[in-house]
Design a protein around this ligand. Structure first.
Ligand code: NAD
Ligand code: DAU
Length: 378
């Protein structure tokens, strides 16, 4: 076996796509999925790779420093791709402590364990890498703007020179000052600072990436897209926060996983890369696309379920607009999103409708037992 890589949070949404990609693409590397299996962790997301010889699952809490330190030494870990986190903004508003614990202290515990282990080796940090997955939300919120009185979205030019549709004329760059607003984004910002501090203080080879909203298969149905697809199917209300005017920049999850692979292998130490789709959408427009697509795939008449749209009280401190400029990643490493949004959404809606069993397991809580059967108690 070549290298040993820990992927934390591999039983979650993005993590499961990263684990699958690495297990398939690098049969000579040992891939260790370290996950606590919180409500968001679901080993059924990895059913297709669980028997591979280069894959191992370890149930552990990243906040458990001793367990992390022991694991790194026992497995002789060369690289860490850190995705484990509490990830849902609404939960962070209700329970910020859990976010500080996992996202801040958990990241610190992993960093310190990696530092102690790597510094104990004769080669030190040579050939090692700590890759931290962060979010665009740390940059704060952008405004919806109307340059020269034009109604957004309007065509604009990224710093790469490419044209795309946008709801404002400002973007998040790698150099944008951190300005988090929610307890979730504050905890992610704090963890990003710890990662960079470990480079600046101890010389640890680290990389941080900040990505926009992901969508695709295996996302926990508390997030907008899977929640709404499931509600349309069951003809339940679609709770749109506020006026539905907030804008997010959407990226298909497999494109994010490809970017992570590229950056883990080719990115430069101590660098930050933004990852995004140049794909801004107002929430209400996404919801309409979801209704149209789901109704068509379910054989219902056009727009039959538009009446399910229900405007509800806004999320507290709801950020208006996120928009990533990922030109640096494009220019330096040649990454680009592979899917057009229309294609990605069609694939996504189809996947959730075709995988009703997965959705039912998650919404009923049955998925928790998947682990019980395989490895003992959760
Ligand atoms: P998710 O909530 O689907 O999965 C998180 C995973 O982490 C789960 O499997 C959970 O069991 C595990 N976990 C939580 N606490 C843990 C702990 N203490 N110890 C070990 N494992 C623990 O999250 P996601 O949407 O896949 O996001 C993954 C990462 O990507 C997060 O760091 C998130 O901040 C970041 N991110 C997400 C998005 C997005 O749109 N979903 C966008 C940008 C960045
Ligand atoms: O930008 C990256 C972030 O994207 C990640 O860091 C987070 O982990 C991820 O959860 C996501 O955060 P958002 O808050 O943008 O995602 P969510 O799916 O919760 O909401 C998307 C938008 O839809 C947001 O403006 C709130 C709105 N919304 C959401 C839900 C769940 C609704 O209007 N109704 C809803 O029921």
């Amino acid at each position: 076996m070549n290298k040993t890589i820990i992927i934390t949070g591999g039983a979650g949404f993005i993590g499961s796509h990263v684990v699958r990609l690495f297990v398939d693409k690098y049969p000579d590397c040992r891939i260790i999925n370290v996950d606590k299996l919180t409500y968001a962790g679901n080993l059924a997301n990895l059913k297709d790779v669980e028997d591979r010889p280069n894959y191992r699952f370890v149930k552990a809490d990243i906040c458990d420093f001793e367990a992390m330190r022991t694991l790194m030494e026992a497995e002789r870990v060369d690289g860490i791709i850190h995705l484990a986190a509490e990830s849902h903004v609404d939960r962070s508003i209700r329970d910020p402590f859990t976010f500080a614990r996992t996202n801040v202290l958990g990241t610190l515990s992993l960093l310190q364990a990696a530092k102690e282990y790597w510094e104990s080796l004769p080669e030190g940090y040579s050939g090692k890498r700590f890759y931290h997955i962060s979010t665009d939300e740390v940059y704060g919120a952008l405004e919806l703007t109307h340059p020269e009185g034009i109604e957004p979205p309007f065509t604009t030019k990224a710093s790469s020179g490419k044209h795309h549709l946008a709801y404002g004329d400002t973007f998040f760059y790698e150099t944008t000052r951190y300005n988090p607003h929610s307890p979730y984004s504050a905890s992610k910002a704090s963890s990003d600072h710890f990662v960079r501090a470990f480079h600046d203080t101890y010389g640890m080879p680290v990389i941080v990436t900040n990505c926009s909203n992901n969508y695709g298969p295996y996302q926990f149905p508390e997030k907008l897209i899977p929640l709404f697809i499931n509600n349309i199917r069951h003809r339940k209300p679609l709770p749109v926060y506020g006026k539905g005017e907030n804008v997010r920049d959407w990226l298909y999850v497999e494109d994010h996983a490809r970017a992570i692979d590229l950056i883990f292998h080719k990115g430069k130490d101590a660098e930050t890369y933004n990852i995004g789709g140049f794909n801004e959408w107002k929430n209400i427009d996404i919801v309409k696309v979801l209704v149209r697509t789901a109704d068509r795939l379910l054989g219902r008449s056009e727009d039959e379920d538009m009446g399910l749209i229900t405007y509800v009280t806004d999320r507290k401190g709801h950020d208006m607009r996120y928009a990533i400029d990922s030109t640096k990643l494009q220019r330096e490493l040649g990454w680009e999103p592979s899917l057009q949004f229309e294609e990605g959404i069609e694939k996504t809606v189809r996947w959730y409708l075709d995988n009703q069993e997965w959705m039912d397991m998650v919404t009923s809580g049955e998925y928790m037992k998947y682990y019980d059967g395989m490895y003992g108690k959760r």
